[in-house]
Design a protein around this ligand. Structure first.
Ligand SMILES: Nc1ncnc2c1ncn2[C@@H]1O[C@H](COP(=O)(O)OP(=O)(O)OP(=O)(O)O)[C@@H](O)[C@H]1O
Length: 527
């Protein structure tokens, strides 16, 4: 891509140079960088800007007033100081924006920031004290009813970045007017049932029983009274004619780059479904919000061309992996080498639970067999789209409860799932794109926690490893130099890889019994 085009499409975010390798040990990372000193300055400048200090100081006496005015100057000066301070905080948190009239970031979840009391209480209960960078900027944009396109690393709190403003607005609407009740006011689109279930739980939790939330992708089919509908696009498309969209305030497209994907020859691909829904949401009051950890230029271009008054937010480096996840590339030579590597890993450094990604449903079943054979006591299972909805839900529940230690999965679990205890992700089969890599390793190292990710590759994978090696290096972790120096794979080959994962030998269990028999035979012959 030419640098000119990059500038045009990425609202000024520079491609950064290689980041420094990070130190081996780092303590738990903060979700955002807001120092106490900056918070105090923020309060001071803000109060002065809106003229509250004078009122306060009148109460406290003349001396206080003089001191305050010396410190922060006139309201105009205070506004300038505030803007400077917010600029510094944006830079420290790597918040980049594009668009006109971008509102101030928020540094707290408080009544002054406009939040409903019940939301503030729920956040306290969940020990969520301060906003993450994507929340700092996306929430005020959405509260100002702007269309948004937001991107931030995996596990950085994007769900609450859209859930809180949507819930807040609906609570306010319902408090103001009886007529808002039992009208469909928001639709949240997710690419998988699992993700829809998870997002539904978050909406239920923060709406505190005051909003009718409906999980369209679950068993909850009663949508007539729904005020917020959370669903995969196919369910919405199926029921589109029955939905009254005339009051819709928000259409949120989570994992937006995934929902923009076109599958040639497939009429029912996400892109077509999204187009049908978008077209149907034509009420004047509807705003659209797009969120994802990976940001395709196509989505950005489409938003700029088609959506008025959009505010864009990008946290950190575009399309980069989560730096809280320690990432490692492991050369295994052959498919058999991968078996040896995983056996060793699970026997030595393993602390459950872990997620293991493979490229197909068949390989998931094969790997479960192999891992069970390696260690009979290992609680291992798999999940894929061939299983029934009930089986999938049960497997997820067992994994969340700790009854499954190693969950072998396909791309189905690659995106969005927040499995907070997962400390290890193993890419048993090399991901077929950097987007897939970023989302898969993002299943660990969430909300400031640290995580580990290991990616295996064989001789036949080597040609495809370079781009992943570059992402890992960009996040500050070591990769073998020769991988970075390899030739780039052509665009056509990359496209092919997305359509068809490479052929691999079956993950066969080495039968110990057969070996024993063979040994006995040898002994007898010797006799
Ligand atoms: N401000 C916050 N402070 C602390 N924890 C938070 C905050 N906001 C969200 N979290 C927690 O962070 C975790 C990850 O959040 P979330 O699932 O929204 O990430 P995400 O950015 O959507 O990730 P992905 O790109 O993988 O979908 C959740 O457990 C959530 O409760």
């Amino acid at each position: 891509m030419s640098s000119k085009l990059f500038r045009k499409l990425s609202f000024g975010i520079q491609k950064t140079k290689k980041s420094k390798l990070r130190p081996q040990e780092e303590t738990r990372l903060e979700i955002s960088r807001i120092s106490q000193e900056n918070l105090e300055k923020y309060d001071e400048f803000r109060e002065k800007t809106i003229g509250k200090i004078e009122k306060k100081s009148q109460k406290k006496g003349k001396n206080f007033e003089q001191k305050e005015n010396e410190d922060v100057g006139s309201p105009e000066e205070a506004r300038k100081n505030l803007e400077k301070l917010l600029g510094e905080i944006r830079r420290a948190n790597r918040i980049f924006t594009w668009g006109e009239n971008i509102p101030d970031i928020i540094l707290r979840f408080g009544a002054e920031e406009g939040f409903e009391k019940s939301i503030i209480e729920k956040l306290k209960e969940a020990n969520i004290e301060k906003p993450s960078p994507i929340q700092m900027q996306s929430i005020p944009l959405m509260m100002k009813r702007r269309n948004v396109l937001s991107s931030a690393p995996t596990g950085s709190g994007k769900t609450l970045a859209f859930a809180l403003p949507v819930i807040d607005e609906i609570l306010k609407l319902k408090n103001r007017s009886e007529s808002a009740k039992n009208k469909l006011l928001a639709i949240i689109l997710e690419p998988t049932r699992e993700l829809a279930n998870q997002t539904f739980s978050e909406f239920q939790k923060y709406s505190n029983g005051e909003i009718e939330c409906c999980n369209f992708s679950g068993e909850d089919e009663e949508f007539e009274k729904a005020e917020i509908l959370i669903s995969t696009p196919n369910r919405i498309v199926f029921h589109l004619e029955k939905l009254d969209l005339s009051h819709l305030r928000w259409l949120v497209v989570d994992e937006s780059d995934r929902l923009f994907e076109v599958v040639e020859g497939n009429e029912k691909c996400f892109r077509n479904q999204l187009a049908a829904i978008y077209k149907a949401c034509e009420a004047k009051c509807t705003r659209t919000a797009f969120f994802s950890a990976t940001f395709s230029q196509e989505v950005e271009k489409w938003c700029k061309e088609n959506i008025d008054n959009i505010g864009m937010v990008c946290v950190g480096e575009r399309n980069s992996s989560n730096t809280h996840v320690k990432q490692e590339l492991k050369y295994c030579g052959t498919e058999d080498g991968k078996k040896v590597a995983i056996k060793l890993l699970l026997k030595t450094q393993f602390k459950p639970p872990a997620l293991v990604f493979v490229q197909s449903k068949d390989r998931a079943a094969q790997l479960v067999k192999l891992l069970s054979a390696i260690d009979g006591s290992l609680k291992v299972d798999s999940i894929n789209s061939d299983k029934s909805d009930k089986e999938r839900d049960e497997t997820m529940q067992r994994f969340r409860n700790g009854e499954i230690w190693v969950l072998v999965c396909t791309e189905l679990l690659g995106r969005g799932l927040d499995l907070s205890d997962v400390g290890l992700v193993i890419n048993y089969d090399l991901p077929t794109s950097i987007v897939s890599y970023i989302h898969r390793v993002g299943r660990t190292g969430r909300a400031g926690n640290r995580g580990n990710a290991v990616t295996y590759f064989t001789d036949s994978d080597i040609q495809y490893v370079k781009s992943i090696a570059m992402v890992i290096r960009q996040s500050g972790f070591e990769v073998p130099q020769y991988l970075l120096e390899m030739k780039k794979v052509s665009r056509d080959k990359r496209k092919d890889l997305l359509k068809r994962a490479p052929k691999r030998h079956k993950i066969a269990v080495v039968k110990k019994v057969a070996k024993k028999k063979k040994m006995k035979k040898t002994v007898r012959t010797n006799e």
